[in-house]
Design a protein around this ligand. Structure first.
Ligand code: FAD
Length: 369
């Protein structure tokens, strides 16, 4: 019997949720993280009074009431609603595609006019069996919107021409025939007041946390002190890449404080949808919290190829990687003492609400079997 019921590797959202649930049920937990801070990729750093989303824009949104109630135990959430602006060579469009977008693109005013224009556009480019992303997108939305709002952005994100990308990447391109520019359809949305780091710190309240500790460098001693390990790092790294390396897409962020600019772009997120601009988005962090103070912090977001050692942002869920992950999953199933969770442990893109929901399910399964 170890000193702790659970050793939780990773003080990100999954690790913090697991630790909270287990501690509240009377289990003794130790949380470790190799980073010098808690919160993993939802980490926000306070720069001159502005909470900066260090690992990209994070907007909490969910329709799951249990997840929303859990999230609200550790912070009050503000009323931030994500309304993205797309900048195509200086022309500004509302995203996701809605009546404001169609009005700007074609001058249509009513939903019936927009529907007729969309049908006309789709008929122009329709292909019965799209062979690549370009054909697929034009079949779904027509050439005008594709050229200005989909093509360049998607090519930058994937680092490849749309004609070289598989059609299945875009299954749907949702359109709204209303003047509703809320990016998400969920019932609940917001940003924790005081930043995500404070939110995670509150979630971890009263729980032992050790930072700057890499499990893989101290596994022999750490394994001895706990009965079960909850591992939220990369599953292939845990097994020393014995079956091969999983691949990711990465991002590069360039963040700067502008002391003499109080409002840089009037919105938290502006997408740059042409192919020539090298970054995909500019974030202006004060707008996540309706900040009014002097100065501002902006971040240019660049898509990047991933190589081992880089921050792994998005799993590259192609056939090769999914097959490899399955093999690691089988290895993990035969390994009685460790359970993999979170985005890296499960090699899956999870929004924050999915992360909490998956953790709640895992926790129930682990503690009732
Ligand atoms: P992580 O946050 O990565 O935590 C894992 C932790 O484990 C890390 O802190 C790491 O340091 C630690 N660790 C790993 N290996 C070891 C080791 N060997 N020893 C010790 N510690 C270790 N979701 C939304 O809902 N809304 C959004 O707007 C949104 N935007 C996003 C934007 C971007 C660019 C990205 C990439 C994701 C976004 N997400 C968003 C998803 C969100 O970031 C994830 O749901 C969440 O971070 C997952 O938490 P996690 O605990 O699984 O992983």
């Amino acid at each position: 019997m170890g000193e702790y019921d659970f050793l939780i590797v990773g003080a990100g959202l999954y690790g913090a949720t697991f630790a909270r649930l287990a501690t509240d049920d009377g289990y003794k937990c130790l949380v470790i993280d190799r980073r010098p801070n808690v919160a993993g990729n939802v980490y926000t750093e306070n720069v001159n009074g502005i909470n900066v989303h260090k690992y990209g824009a994070h907007i909490f949104h969910t329709s799951d009431k249990e997840v929303w109630d859990f999230a609200n135990k550790f912070a009050e959430f503000n009323r931030y609603t994500n309304c993205v602006v797309a900048n195509y060579k200086g022309e500004l469009y509302s995203m996701p595609f809605n009546m404001y977008t169609f009005n700007k693109m074609w001058g249509v005013v009513t939903p019936a006019e927009a529907r007729a224009k969309l049908d006309e556009q789709i008929a122009l480019g329709k292909v019965d069996e799209p062979q690549n992303l370009e054909e697929q997108a034009i079949s779904l939305i027509g050439p005008d919107i594709y050229e200005k709002l989909v093509k360049g952005y998607t090519e930058k994100q994937w680092g490849r021409k749309a004609t070289e990308l598989p059609a299945f990447i875009i299954k749907r391109l949702p359109v709204r025939l209303t003047y509703d520019n809320n990016y998400f359809n969920d019932n609940y949305q917001g940003i924790p007041v005081g930043g995500y780091t404070k939110w995670i710190e509150n979630m971890l309240g009263g729980i032992e946390v050790r930072l700057g500790v890499d499990y893989l460098k101290e596994r022999d001693s750490l394994d001895k002190i706990a009965n079960k390990i909850i591992y939220t790092g990369m599953i292939d790294e845990y097994y020393n890449y014995s079956l091969g390396k999983l691949e990711y897409r990465s991002l590069r962020f360039e963040t700067e404080y502008l002391p003499d600019t109080d409002d840089f772009q009037g919105n938290a997120v502006v997408n740059y949808t042409d192919a020539e601009t090298p970054f995909t988005r500019i974030l202006e962090h004060k707008h996540f919290e309706f900040g009014k103070g002097k100065g501002t912090v902006i971040t240019h977001e660049y898509p990047a190829e991933w190589k081992p050692g880089d921050e792994p942002y998005y799993p590259l869920n192609n056939e090769r990687n999914n097959g490899l992950y399955k093999q690691y999953e089988e290895l993990a199933a035969s390994d009685g003492n460790v359970i993999f969770g979170g985005r890296l442990g499960k090699y899956k893109y999870y929004d924050m609400d999915d992360t909490i929901a998956a953790c709640m399910q895992d926790y129930k399964r682990i503690t009732t079997t």
